[in-house]
Design a protein around this ligand. Structure first.
Ligand SMILES: *Cc1c(COP(=O)(O)O)cnc(C)c1O
Length: 389
């Protein structure tokens, strides 16, 4: 066999549902020398990462760390540590990721109660309150930013109704963290997980998680062992605790360097500035798309800034447009998932990819593709509308 050539990844503009563009600073952090997972240098990286994660999650939670694995590992880590077989868990399913949380909970023997909404819609506090009062679940699981549909679940009021019934609130912040306010302490969220490759603009591979004291107390009160050895927080937290540092598994050293740098990038910009940047570029994209006759799939008040789900215009070939965007312009966007497959495009404006340059380039490239596909688009209308109200 001849040796394959050294990989030469193409330069893309990642405007899909993640991963997002990774700043050069973060990529170069990956190339640092690998040290041992108990090396004092690495322990300092872990401590600083924990401190920065607390700032990004806006929490004082002691148990805040990066799980080794992608966002789904964060989801699994939260569910598996909070739920024992037979425990009741209420899950809001209004997209693919709520559905995934249900699958995870069922596999570990939870008694799952689902609250469903069509893709693109969100849950009201009243309907969650009613379901919580009726079922008294141990854990309520919701997705803050449903990347499959582009819908934003309001969370400010929900912990009150969950806590009033003695439950814990678990939130998926994979797509929202770093692009939208995620107020763990203020909103009294008990457990949350995220991923590195969405609005934190780090390669995929780690899952930031945080647990409130209430959640830790529930974990300490378990009568059964956590069914996943790898994700068992009672052991993982000893490695991340600066008292014991007991070996559990070998931390992905280089990925932790990358996350450390990605968090520095986020905090240097400032969370509030970052939220404004996401919002402004989203509104510009929105004006541009509307000037081209493209409609959003989500009601205005519930739209995610970092994930724009829009209907594919009538008669336009989904795959053809996406492959032209990729092959001719180097731009990746996402197709629809689940019942939205073939009906929507998902245009990401996540982290480092959320720039004026990308919005204008994308609108111009899309116009070219749409005109080729026979759509009537006024030349330049999208670009002209984007940043001029
Ligand atoms: C991407 C995503 C996940 C899964 O994360 P992976 O890194 O793909 O494992 C979970 N929830 C939401 C809302 C996501 O956007």
């Amino acid at each position: 066999m001849t040796l394959p050539a050294r990989t030469a990844p193409p330069e893309r503009i990642l405007m899909g549902p993640g991963p997002s563009d990774t700043p050069a600073r973060v990529l170069s952090a990956l190339a640092g020398p690998v040290v041992g997972h108990l090396d004092p240098f690495f322990l300092k990286v872990m401590d600083e990462t924990q401190q920065m994660l607390r700032q990004v999650f806006r929490t004082e939670n002691k148990l805040t760390l990066a799980v080794s694995g992608t966002g789904s590992a964060g989801m699994e880590a939260c569910v598996v540590n909070l739920i024992e077989p037979g425990d009741k868990m209420l899950i809001g399913v209004n997209g693919v990721f709520g559905g995934r949380m249900k699958d995870v909970a069922e596999r570990i023997g939870a008694e799952v109660i689902t609250l469903t909404r069509p893709f693109g819609e969100v849950f009201s506090t009243e309907e969650i309150a009613a379901a919580v009062a009726e079922h008294k679940p141990k854990v309520v699981g919701l997705v803050h930013a449903e990347t499959s549909t582009g819908a934003l679940q309001p969370l400010e009021e929900i912990s009150k109704v969950v806590h009033a019934a003695g439950g814990l609130l678990l939130v998926d912040c994979v797509t929202s963290l770093g692009g939208l306010p995620v107020e763990i302490d203020k909103w009294q969220i008990d457990a949350a997980y995220s991923g590195t490759q969405k609005c934190l603009s780090c390669p995929p591979g780690l899952a930031p998680v945080t647990f409130s004291e209430r959640a830790v107390a529930a974990m300490d009160a378990r009568t059964t062992k956590v069914s996943s050895w790898y994700l068992d927080m009672s052991m993982v937290r000893n490695y991340w605790s600066n008292q014991s540092r007991a070996y559990h598994h070998t931390a992905p050293i280089s990925m932790n360097y990358a996350l450390h740098e990605a968090l520095r990038v986020v905090l240097e910009e400032g969370l509030d500035n970052r939220f404004v940047r996401h919002r402004e570029n989203h509104l510009a994209l929105c004006r541009g798309l509307q000037a081209m006759g493209i409609q959003y799939a989500v009601e205005e008040q519930f739209r995610l800034p970092m994930l724009n789900a829009v209907f594919i215009p009538e008669g336009v070939d989904d795959k053809q447009v996406r492959s032209r965007l990729l092959n001719e312009f180097g731009i990746e966007i996402g197709g629809g998932l689940g019942p939205m497959a073939g009906k929507t495009w998902r245009i990401g404006l996540m982290g480092a990819a959320c720039t004026k340059r990308n919005v204008l380039l994308f609108l111009a490239a899309l116009e070219d593709c749409l005109r080729d596909a026979g759509c009537e688009v006024t030349p330049g209308a999208g670009v002209a509308a984007a940043y001029r109200e």
